[in-house]
Design a protein around this ligand. Structure first.
Ligand code: C5P
Length: 223
């Protein structure tokens, strides 16, 4: 179990890959399993926090004692996060949010016909949820992001930490087959706003979730 006590803290965790609808039966999504976010939510719950898990569809069982808010799209996730963030002591954004969504979702199933050998989809950028909540952030709130990178992990991670006004970012090298998206193990580097960093060993997502929650407890103590 985590070695910290977060009794009385309200922690909002997001998990899973968002789904962006093309039509009533199709969507764009990504490889996120939701395992890391669920592990973080479970660790926070074991540490005594009151946990709300905002989750995209996953194959996982919700951790006992955690309040669940199901969402599908980035817009639904954005609405769920922004409405709950003011009541939260910490936000941990482990969700793999789509960067683009279809400009319009077809209301009927898209049909193939004799003359459409090609189909062009127009996508538009999704709202950046962390950037949206940054201006709402109170001095005593802790905000943590994740970054899945395939190159220049630390450089890209530091940039995201700054641009998204985070207290901490968990940077994740997803180019390695042994850790990251779908596996049960992970290794992350925690980057902090004060410029320091700390790399975890390769460990189960359960253990990485606990290490992350221990860092969140330290961040609360510094507020
Ligand atoms: O920019 P990038 O997607 O790599 O940043 C990852 C972090 O930002 C994650 O914590 C993710 O949940 C969050 N994010 C977000 N809104 C988006 C895209 C990502 O809050 N539209």
């Amino acid at each position: 179990a985590p070695t910290v006590d977060l009794t009385g803290k309200r922690i909002l965790v997001t998990a899973g890959g968002t789904r962006e609808r093309l039509d009533p039966v199709r969507f764009l999504t990504n490889d996120s399993s939701g395992k890391m976010g669920y592990a973080v939510a479970a660790a926070a719950q074991r540490a005594g926090a009151t946990v709300t898990l905002i989750t995209a569809p996953t194959a996982l069982t919700v951790p006992r004692g955690v309040t669940v808010v199901p969402i599908e799209s980035t817009q639904e996730l954005a609405d769920a996060v922004t409405s709950r963030f003011p009541q939260a002591d910490a936000l941990i954004m482990a969700a793999a949010v789509a960067d683009f969504q279809p400009l319009t979702a077809a209301t009927q199933k898209i049909k193939k016909t004799a003359d459409n050998d090609e189909l062009t989809l127009t996508l538009k950028k999704t709202p950046d949820i962390l950037k949206t909540v940054a201006p709402m952030k109170q001095a005593d709130q802790v905000v943590v992001g994740f970054a899945a990178e395939t190159q220049e992990l630390l450089k890209n991670g530091r940039q995201k930490l700054r641009h998204k006004h985070l207290d901490m970012l968990a940077a994740n090298d997803v180019s390695r087959a042994d850790i990251g998206f779908n596996g049960d193990n992970n290794q992350v580097t925690f980057l902090f706003a004060d410029g320091t960093s700390q790399q975890t060993p390769v460990a189960s997502k359960r253990v990485i979730g606990e290490r992350l929650i221990e860092q969140v407890a330290k961040l609360f103590a510094k507020k």
